[in-house]
Design a protein around this ligand. Sequence first.
Ligand code: SAH
Length: 374
Amino acid sequence: MSDSAAGKVNLLGLSRPELESFVASLGAKPFRARQLMKWMYRKGESDFGRMTDLAKDFRERLAEVAEVRPPDIVTAQASADGTRKWLLRAPGATGAEQAIETVFIPEPGRGTLCISSQVGCALDCAFCSTAQQGFNRNLSAAEIVGQVWLANRELGADPDGPRVITNVVLMGMGEPLANYRSVLPAMRIMMDDLGYDLSRRRVTLSTSGLVPQIYRLAEDCNVALAVSLHAPNDALRDGLVPINRLHPIGELLEACWHYLERQNGRSVTFEYVMLDGVNDRPEHAEELAQLLRGHDAKVNLIPFNTFPGTRYRRSPEPAIAAFRDRLLRRGVIATIRRTRGDDIDAACGQLKGRVLDRTQVRLGRKLVGITVQA
Ligand code: SAH
């Protein structure tokens, strides 16, 4: 359990058993934890005084020792296409003013919230703007769930009306599987019927390919899995996604198929960023189809989103469409991700937040010249 600066326990992000033992420590019955969860997540309530079905003295005791505290908002932006982006405070160990980003993408019939899992990222993918920031720290479960809590509030979600956030994707800043300890309880709250009650298909974790953690996830939690593949062979992927030098494509795909087996036949989505002249040639599509054909796999082609200082360019639209068509002809399901919110730098790979104090863990550099051993 994490204590806030004020010495109060932040109830956001506590797992059900943790919350039960917390209320027990205050002398309350375990079912009070269930009531509290409903208030916090379903109704978005943070004021214990308004949790009217809890005894008054219990409410007063809670107000003394606990709080429901999401991250503070630094700035909020809205795109012309309806996409919203929030910059949220995520202070460094020394209290440095750092920030992470959360993005809401409205679409007909659904609303997707893209949340962050770390302040910065250590995995150093060549084409990602978060990578340029380096890594500072993991987010707590409270900060991860807090992004959903806050977005619901900012979007004016009515607890008795239709859901505003229907899907959550861990596709913001950070590598979620590198912060397993906080990400797992946060995802469980998203799927808990007393939490956000999202079905397992509506919570998606995207990873750059941390193979051991994919096996672990297969045992712990069945969310939808997305994998940032981006290249059809190791030579190319080693340069784009440096973790590939530790866990090459063969191992990664094996882990994906294992995950599917444990999760009863859903498919894995493979993200593939379209980089002009780098990974977008017909032979790359052929090679990719060879890897995936016959498996429950979907390819999501992401037009590259540019950012200052990058050496990459987005593949031209006809090249992206041709790549998709080639995959389809080879029997591999493929779609093109529509870019949203790029006028407010909210598109894939453009989230950079504010990472100070960085420890400069950049995997690409660390891996150069070392002999690869898992
Ligand atoms: N670290 C996790 C979660 C990030 S998800 C992962 O790598 O999967 C964000 C997705 O956008 C990933 O597939 C990522 O590779 C992709 N991406 C990163 N930079 C991009 C860019 N500049 N343009 C388009 N997509 C990008």
